[in-house]
Ligand binder design. Sequence first.
Ligand code: SF4
Ligand code: SF4
Length: 498
Amino acid sequence: MSTKKTAAPKLNLPRFRKVGDKHVVTNDHGAYVFMDDNQLQALVTGRVKPGTDMYDELVAKGFLITDTNLDRVAADYDRKVGFLYRGPVLHIMVVTLRCNEICKYCHASRASLEKTETDMSIATAEKVVEMAMRAPSDTITIEFQGGEPLVNWETVTHVVEYGSKLAKERGKRVMFSLVSNLSLMDDEKLEYLIKNRVQISTSLDGPKDLHDKNRFLANSSAYDKTVEWMAKINQAYVDAGLDPNLYHVEALATITKEHLGRAKELVDEYVKQGCRAIFLRPLNPFGFAKNTEGMVGYMGADFLKFYNEALDYIIELNRQGVEILERLAGIFLTKILTPDDPNYMDIRSPCGAGIGQIAYNYDGSIFTCDEGRMVYQMGDEVFKIGSINNMTLKDVVTHDTVKTIAMASTLDSIPGCATCAYKPYCGTCPVYNYTEQGNIFPQNPTNQRCVIYMGVQDRLFKHLMDENEEVKNIFYRWVEVKDRPEYMHDGRRMNQGF
Ligand code: SF4
Ligand code: SF4
């Protein structure tokens, strides 16, 4: 008989929150377990008995650390924060401030069409591409933003060609993404974008009356233009022999006060337009949105009511065989149900500002992120890092502002977040906190973004707790990673999350 004594397991810091009649208990690498009051008490007082199912589950999920699982738990944590090793993978180029639409909540503080001085020059664009190519990650995304990027078509096409050339020379993989209202699209531009595999995203704010109320297009309906081109683009992918399940226009909705009470109509509109995903994003109070907030804004609880109605409806549609996913849920569920993090810049700890993404304004000025640039457009330079003309990538990543924002978005050190059960899955936005609460650190629990994220995660965990296999299968479908190699500009594959 062996006399060797096994060391007592150590408790790996659990965080917990009551949802319904159970506790959601989580740990740093994102594993979770549901417990009743007695089980939780046994865990925190070290009384879970070896040999029980609960003990085995706690060891398997890394809540109890033993000699046998220590290395695996460390590896799981390392994998969960793998985004920290990749550096800035997302490079947002504001190729112009000019735009032909006027949106109620315009984030970009647009300029009118005659303001050609707000176009990014070819020389500046090349410098941006060169900086992006220095990122340590072998895969990067260059995203064209505005204003309306189609207004500065010359710079867009030059970046696609120059970026592809540089990517090949340097052994990088680069994906190009265009965020457009589509109203200036034409057949020639579409042919170029499809041929050069530029991913296309647009904004669709709902049925015609809602969309046109939020987005004004002179002498026409913004809605009509958007849906007309969405259909044409989707057909162009099919004509190019691409799988429409993978290659289609991505659409984003910005939820304003007008949407409240109309969740189902919004979802139905997305289904009608053939979308496979809808991203229900709360309004960002930046750019013009800050000035018009009274007109379009709302509190977190209002958003949650809307969100829950929409989510339940989307789940019901999936049950009936309509495949559509909600992206905010998809981001949280990927963190909850899989060993990976989708590297969504606004919901990670620390957030992506300067260390995961960089935004470049039309004149080459550099910002922590596009939201930081929007604050600048409102007259506040606090999130400006410098200029492409006299900075290296290392200067950007190690800039004091970037370091400060990383500290302010590292949840482990934030009161409220450090002890929150959702810390492993959540994120905070220093730009939002600054504009809404006057401090880059979130002031919980009155921070409305926290109210929204907590409510969304409560809802998702409630669904997981209900043990409904059909809903769980839908959730697992939503976290499947779908590679889209055709968008990669060297033909190699990538998995870069959302
Ligand atoms: S500061 Fe906010 S908007 Fe900018 S990357 Fe961080 S979370 Fe995103
Ligand atoms: S932001 Fe709110 S929900 Fe998220 S970790 Fe912090 S306290 Fe929890």
